[in-house]
Each structure stands twice: as structure tokens, then as C-alpha cells.
Design a protein around this ligand. Structure first.
Ligand SMILES: Nc1ncnc2c1ncn2[C@@H]1O[C@H](COP(=O)(O)OP(=O)(O)OP(=O)(O)O)[C@@H](O)[C@H]1O
Length: 468
């Protein structure tokens, strides 16, 4: 069995690890640390909670201790909370070095960040959007001597999801030197492997935890089949059950939109559950404050959008509930990976409605695991159904009376301006498109034979022709 010593790490780093309760390397650390110390680019794909962060932090700190100068390492990560978490690992493990780090994320003061950057920190941890803004707007930022470029959750950074980082990444990649070590890590790298290889061009060392199942063994994966209208009653009943039976457990509930996150938080609070939320429409300071309150167990229930799905490491989380079935197996893997970390046990429960069967099938297929049904006393759920639905409706009305939707519109307009689009023009285009769609629908109504039906008709006509 490997030790940190046998991987080539210095004694001071081994001592730092010990202080953090890390005594033996995990598999991803065992394989990737020597390659990184050897100067190679590295791509590491290992399950959630398997210690990927230390797999890059430790060798970078070792190299930094040998030759410290200027901005040495740049870490990119998709979310602001994750940036703080990674910076903290660098700070704790790098304490004997007097490590200077700097966190560059959106939602925080840009001038202060600019000042910090000009002080040449050893490590910069950033989300791509804000770092690209700094590079575009200032010529004092000098990243042209960095030794390490690290992309944590690398596949997410390259995906063109709801937040598209590709333009910002172009700006950043043109500001860093071509001669560097590039390290890419995630629990789900394989979809984006080719794109990643074009970033880590220096004969990358690739290590993947070989396993058909992408989730960890310690995770008990469950589902509850529920009609859409009864879903919230199931949720309330589930939380009540966990609170009654395990009052020290922390729970993360994932939902698909900021609005749903807000409504569920209001609703669960009406039932006196200690609930707090995390989503992208909140002010950044509030996001950090809420996460801190959840981490320190002041609040036991966190309701979040997928902004919390990746990377967050909160050991006390015993349960993950998917209030909506994730649309992609990959998102499911990251969400449920917020529990059962570093060898601990955990439970995930996905609420599956009549509309989600195909999604859950896809998750089971990709992950080569059958989810088991979570036993629940339906009678108990039906007892609270009316009360839950009325409470939810009251919360919806309350939220409608605030400026939540208005804020959403304003945020959308702001984002369009940042993307170089004219919000009024975009609105006009959208309206015109909707008009055209409406007209098409009307036409379809007049001509009931759909394209699909037409094709089917043509096919069967051909078949009769051949047969005859
Ligand atoms: N060698 C080790 N032994 C025991 N615990 C470890 C070891 N290395 C890291 N850990 C701990 O394991 C936990 C999970 O590590 P980390 O957050 O790096 O996981 P990850 O692989 O990046 O997960 P994710 O894919 O969800 O981001 C952390 O609390 C970390 O301190």
C-alpha cells in the first residue's frame, strides 16, 4: 500500500496532511501525485468525495516550496463556493509556506480583487467569468509565468450548459503561457475527453477509476414514485421522518429552479424545519452566509439548485433528496455525490413523477445501478397532503407579491448586456419567434397530418409497393 512518502512528498506536507486527518493516499492521489511531481500534464477522473482536490493541491505546494515566485498556480472552477473551498485547502495545507492566495469570483468587489491580484499571490482560484473580466479590463494582471493551470470540474467548465464558459476560457487560455503544467480533474471527465486533451497538450497522464458504477458503494440510492401533485407532501413527510429518527443529520434538497428553491424554503419553514437556501439569484454574501450556516449545523436543511451540485464537501450531509429527477445522469452523479464522501455512508432519494420515468431509466442505465424503492407509509403522506398543498400555494402567492420575478428579468437583461447582446432587440426577436411558432401551430391545426405521420404513411406506402 502506498504512503505519501513513497509518492515523493516532503515531510512537511505529510505532517500537514496528518493534521487534517489524512494519513494514506486515496487511489487518485496515489496515481496522479507522482505524475504531477514528474512534470506531466494530468487528467484525473475519480468518484465524488475521493480526494481529487488534495491530488492536485499537494504536488503544487511541493513544487511551489522548491521555487516560489510570482503567480505560480491558477485554479479554475465553475462555482464561487467551490473556489473558496479549494482556496481553503491550499491555505491549510500550505500554511508552513506562508502561502498567499487570492480568490477571484463574481458577485464580489472587483477593485479589491484587482488590488489583491497586483500583490502577486502564489495561487489564484477563480471562476472563469470574473477572471476573464479582470484580464479584459486591466493590463496589470500578469499570468504569463504561471507554472500550473488547474481546471477542477473540468468537464463542466467546457460544457455549454446554462452558464457557458467557453468565451471566458478563450480569454484566460490566451493569457497563460503555453509552457505550463495543466491538471484537469472531475468525477465525470469522459464526455469531454477530446476537448480536454486539446487543453492538456503535453502528453497528459490520464488516470480513471475503472468502474462500471460511477457512484460510490457507500451510497444507498433510493427513489419514491409519486404523482406530481403529491410530491411536496412526500418531501415534508420524508424530512419529518429523518428529523424524528436522526436529529443530527444534515440534508441537501436539490431542485431545478431558483424560484422553486425559494418556494420550497418558504414552505419548509412554515413547517418549522430549519431550512436555508442556495441559488444563483441570491446576493453572493448571502450565498456564503447561508452555506456557512449549513456547514456549521445552525441549519440542518439546505435547499439548492445545481449551483451546489458539484464539489461541495460537507462531511455531515447524510441525505441528498432530488426534488426533481435530474435531466442528465451526470448531474445526478454529482448531486448524490454530496453525501457518502471519503468512505462515509449516505442515502440519496429521488422523487420520480409520472413524467420522469425515462430520466430515471437513463440514470440507471448510465450508472449500471438499479435504484431501490424507499419505503413510505402512503397513508401518512395523504394525511398531510391538503395542508402541504395549501401552504405551498400560500408561499407562491407571497413570493408573487415580492419582486422575485422582476429581479429575474433584470438579471437576465444584465447577463445579455454582459454577453454583448441588446436586451430590447432580443426581446423583439423572441416575440417574433413566438408569433411564427403560433402561426405554425395554427397551420398544423388545419392540416392534422404531422410530419411524423406523413413519414409513417410514406414508409408504409413504400413497403406495400415492395411487397406487391
Ligand atoms: N487521503 C485521504 N484520506 C482521507 N480523507 C481524505 C484524503 N484525501 C482527501 N480526503 C478528504 O476527503 C474529502 C473529499 O475530498 P474532495 O473534496 O477532494 O473530493 P473530490 O474527489 O474532489 O469530490 P467531488 O468530485 O465531489 O468534488 C475531503 O473532506 C478531504 O479532506
Amino acid at each position: 500500500m502506498a504512503t505519501f512518502e513513497s509518492l515523493g512528498l516532503s515531510e512537511w506536507l505529510i505532517q500537514q496532511c496528518k493534521q487534517m486527518g489524512i494519513s494514506r493516499p486515496t487511489a487518485v492521489q496515489e496515481k496522479c501525485i507522482p505524475a504531477i511531481l514528474d512534470g506531466r500534464d494530468c487528467m484525473g477522473c475519480a468518484k465524488t468525495g475521493s480526494g481529487k482536490t488534495a491530488a492536485f493541491v499537494l504536488p503544487v505546494l511541493q513544487k511551489l516550496s522548491e521555487d516560489p515566485y510570482g503567480v505560480f498556480c491558477l485554479v479554475l472552477t465553475p462555482t464561487r463556493e467551490l473556489a473558496y473551498q479549494i482556496a481553503e485547502q491550499f491555505r491549510v495545507l500550505g500554511k508552513p509556506l506562508g502561502l498567499k492566495d487570492c480568490i477571484i469570483v463574481g458577485g464580489m468587489d472587483m477593485v479589491t480583487q484587482g488590488l489583491e491580484l497586483s500583490k502577486k499571490p502564489h495561487v489564484v482560484v477563480a471562476t472563469p467569468g470574473r477572471l476573464a473580466d479582470h484580464i479584459r479590463s486591466s493590463d496589470t494582471i500578469n499570468l504569463n509565468r504561471i507554472q500550473f493551470l488547474i481546471m477542477d470540474e473540468a468537464d463542466r467548465l467546457l460544457e455549454q450548459g446554462c452558464t457557458d464558459f467557453t468565451k471566458d476560457l478563450e480569454v484566460i487560455l490566451s493569457a497563460v503561457p503555453a509552457k505550463r503544467q495543466t491538471l484537469l480533474f472531475s468525477a465525470t471527465l469522459t464526455d469531454t475527453l477530446q476537448q480536454l486533451q486539446s487543453i492538456a497538450m503535453n502528453r497528459p497522464f490520464f488516470w480513471e477509476h475503472k468502474s462500471d458504477v460511477q457512484t460510490v458503494e457507500e451510497l444507498d440510492q433510493r427513489f419514491i414514485l409519486t404523482p406530481e401533485k403529491v410530491k411536496d407532501a412526500y418531501l415534508v413527510h420524508l424530512i419529518q421522518t429523518f428529523q424524528d429518527e436522526h436529529d443530527d443529520w444534515s440534508i441537501i434538497i436539490f431542485t431545478n429552479t431558483c424560484k422553486s428553491c425559494q418556494i420550497l424554503t418558504m414552505m419548509l419553514r412554515e413547517f418549522n424545519f430549519p431550512t436555508i437556501s442556495l441559488h444563483s439569484m441570491m446576493k453572493q454574501r448571502q450565498r456564503f452566509a447561508n452555506l456557512a450556516k449549513f456547514k456549521s449545523n445552525v441549519f440542518k436543511i439546505l435547499i439548492a439548485t445545481d449551483v451546489a451540485a458539484r464539489g461541495l464537501d460537507i462531511p455531515t450531509v447524510q441525505v441528498v433528496i432530488n426534488h426533481n429527477t435530474p435531466g442528465l445522469p451526470k448531474i445526478y452523479i454529482h448531486r448524490v455525490g454530496r453525501t457518502a464522501r471519503a468512505g462515509r455512508n449516505g442515502v440519496s432519494i429521488t422523487l420520480v413523477t409520472q413524467y420522469d420515468i425515462h430520466l430515471i431509466n437513463a440514470i440507471e442505465e448510465q450508472n449500471q445501478t438499479k435504484l431501490k424503492e424507499f419505503p413510505i407509509e402512503e397513508k401518512e403522506v395523504l394525511k398531510i397532503l391538503t395542508q402541504v398543498n395549501v401552504t405551498r400555494r400560500q408561499c407562491e402567492i407571497k413570493l408573487e407579491s415580492t419582486d422575485f420575478d422582476e429581479k429575474k428579468k433584470i438579471n437576465k437583461r444584465k447577463q445579455m448586456i454582459l454577453d454583448g447582446k441588446d436586451p430590447d432587440l432580443e426581446e423583439k426577436r423572441k416575440n417574433e419567434l413566438e408569433k411564427i411558432r403560433g402561426k405554425n401551430k395554427k397551420l398544423k391545426g388545419k392540416n392534422p397530418q404531422s410530419k411524423k405521420e406523413k413519414k409513417k404513411h410514406e414508409k408504409s406506402a413504400k413497403a406495400t409497393e415492395v411487397g406487391s
